[in-house]
Design a protein around this ligand. Structure first.
Ligand SMILES: [Zn+2]
Length: 249
């Protein structure tokens, strides 16, 4: 790190659990953020400000006026632009010292495998079950930790699925692929703006911890937020031995 980096990251370096060593791990790390919307905005902003050396943003959508109520990486002037590009501009304004790759595409299974293989940690910031399951399958197959968040209306949830330790559940253990969960879109159900900030920032926190190997992650626990009464519930979640995605064959 040069003098300017030592200054930029000094409040991290001051933390015993992080120090120069932890900050260098972040600078050497590659995070894959899938979705540059309500969750992806705050998650990617904190990964960038905290100095994750390479961030890849994937989103096939463009910025819409209805996004700006909560998707804080975007601006009114960038309505109509691809979300990945728009978020990239914001991230690089905060931290020009990192690499941000913006991909405007909807990644299929083969493409996801390629992207996940190149990442050290994956953040699922999407809003549909098909993509969530595809991301989970890639993370299990490639042994990459997945930080999963979701918010709708006044409710949020977050967990970590880390296939590197035996016994940890994957996303499909909790939400089986063959169950018909209905996608509930913000466009029809509404979403309380700050809750995506709360959950997205927590996703960044978990990702940074995983990259540095500090603290205890949310693997094996699902946190649920009732934003209307501002109450958190933590439930322990174990692996489903019959899970078609992660159970030993
Ligand atoms: Zn599983």
């Amino acid at each position: 790190m040069d003098d300017s980096q030592l200054l930029r990251y000094s409040r991290h370096i001051l933390l015993d659990e992080i120090g120069i060593e932890g900050q260098q791990k972040l600078l050497a790390a590659h995070a894959l953020v899938i979705g540059a919307g309500g969750l992806g905005s705050p998650a990617a902003l904190y990964l960038a400000s905290a100095g994750v050396g390479h961030i890849t943003l994937v989103d096939d959508d463009t910025v819409d006026l209805t996004n700006l109520q909560r998707q804080i990486a975007h601006t009114t002037a960038r309505v109509g632009q691809p979300k990945a590009d728009s978020a990239r501009v914001t991230l690089q304004q905060i931290n020009p010292g990192i690499v941000v790759s913006a991909l405007t595409e909807r990644a299929d299974d083969a493409r996801l495998a390629e992207l996940v293989a190149a990442a050290d940690v994956v953040l699922d910031c999407t809003d549909n079950f098909a993509t969530r399951h595809a991301v989970n399958r890639a993370c299990v197959a490639l042994g990459k930790p997945l930080v999963s968040g979701a918010v709708i209306r006044f409710d949020g949830q977050i967990s970590v699925f880390d296939p590197r330790a035996a016994g940890n559940p994957c996303y499909s253990c909790l939400f089986p692929q063959d169950q018909k969960f209905e996608d509930v879109a913000c466009s029809t159900m509404g979403v309380f703006a700050p809750l995506v900030g709360v959950v997205g920032a927590m996703q960044a926190a978990e990702a940074l911890k995983l990259l540095m190997g500090v603290g205890r992650s949310l693997a094996g626990r699902l946190l649920m937020l009732d934003g209307l009464n501002m109450e958190w519930t933590s439930i322990g979640v174990g692996r489903n031995d019959a899970c078609p995605v992660c159970a030993p064959k």
